[in-house]
Ligand binder design. Sequence first.
Ligand code: BES
Ligand code: MN
Ligand code: ZN
Length: 503
Amino acid sequence: MTLSFSIHVRKPANKLSLPKSDCLVLGLFEEGPMTGVALHVDEATRGLVSRLMKAGDFDGKVGSTLLVPEVSGLDASRLMLVGLGQQKELKEKVYQKAAKEAWRALLQRNLEHVTFTLGEVAVPGCTSDWGVGVATQALRYEAYRFTQTKSKPEEKRSTIKRVVFTATQDSEKAAKVVVKKSIALANGTDLARHLSNLPANVCTPTYLADTAKQMAGEWGIKAEVLGMKQISALKMGAFLAVARASAEEPKLIVLQYRGAGAKEAPVVLVGKGITFDSGGISLKPAEGMDEMKYDMCGAAAVLGTVRAIAEMKLKLNVVAIVPTCENMPGGNALKPGDVVTSMKGVTIEILNTDAEGRLILCDALTYAERFKPAAVVDVATLTGACVIALGHHNSGLFSSDDTLADQLLHASRVASDRAWRMPLDEEYFEQFKSKFADMANVGGRPGGSITAACFLSSFAEAYPWAHLDIAGTAWKGGAAKGATGRPVPLLVQFLVERAEAKQ
Ligand code: BES
Ligand code: MN
Ligand code: ZN
């Protein structure tokens, strides 16, 4: 990626002295007198901005854009106006929409150098560097393209090479820091999106493990990949039961990022890595089954998160555990009615082979105990029921630990990667009663995302634990089909805040 970001301090602040660029991006409110950089641009262009607004060619509505080619009086050959709506209604979401639409419009042009001034807009309740961070992430998010499996990329690639954010003297330092962090976050998010979007015939458990190892090597992270033999030796009977009908070997990926002292208990992230979920013998219907290549988005998010915090050099110990395999039908497949023994020794009656996520995760959660974790967060595209409950905007957050739940909710708000807490009352556990084993692997349709979380919780009693069901948020279907990289922003923010809390 040859995209660079820098900060330019406008001094003296009452004059427009900017580096040369192909486009100057300017935010404007719907009404009210122009201030700050807008006023300077209007003056430098001899009232062009005022005239465009007066004539109704630009109305300042949130997210509207107008590209003015061939402007004179500026150190830029073009001017892009971006609507910020009513000044009194400016809030985070408004700014985020404006930044997103600005980049979308800019990415359609053949621009290389962009000067972006929206970061100077003061958003109530936000620090002065917040807008620059949001703009950096928004560009990287919008510029992402998946091309690996196209012989000729159809979609236009970004031509943007250099972005200069304007800032005031006192916000320069913070802005530089936030740009660096945002790039690290974007790199992690891109990795998660890329792995998620890969088809299942490319992104196999072995491919995922090789990618994890390579990434770990690049960032000085300890990596271990356990294969069939070692997983069997660990007696991960639930994990192996899911993997058994696939021609692909299952893998248990373990990464250990050491950002703090050896004695400090790590945060363990566990990601569901089903590279394809056919449902197994409890086969899924054909329609939309292709989307089950996304059943490893939890794994991808965990790997992306580790990459991001490594680039940030976060002072925290973090372990990533990724159980990865395919869920396939076959002559030797797991069958409804089978009873399997988990690593913990708990026997499980399989009533539906499509409830496979919890089976691979329960053994990973038991494995996590050996790290004596300060906290464990698992991330999984676990249930269709979670999509019914929360739709596509909030991930489901489940935890019996209020402190950990609050930390994750706080991080989700700061990162604009929303999660909503769901219940875990003990009454739900009754739905798992089995005549033939210690428990069944499904608890019926009512509260399907809750019972799935309850199932996991009984394997996570040795440490503070939370579970994120990302079935509705990790990817988009329809015309906008593709991975979102969620919840990398939430997880990274959570870890950043944990690292800060120690100091
Ligand atoms: N990977 C699916 C969950 C899923 C389904 C995510 C649709 C996103 C969209 C999971 O393995 C699964 O199949 N869950 C079953 C559980 C049921 C059999 C108890 C489900 O949600 O239907
Ligand atoms: Mn399934
Ligand atoms: Zn699944």
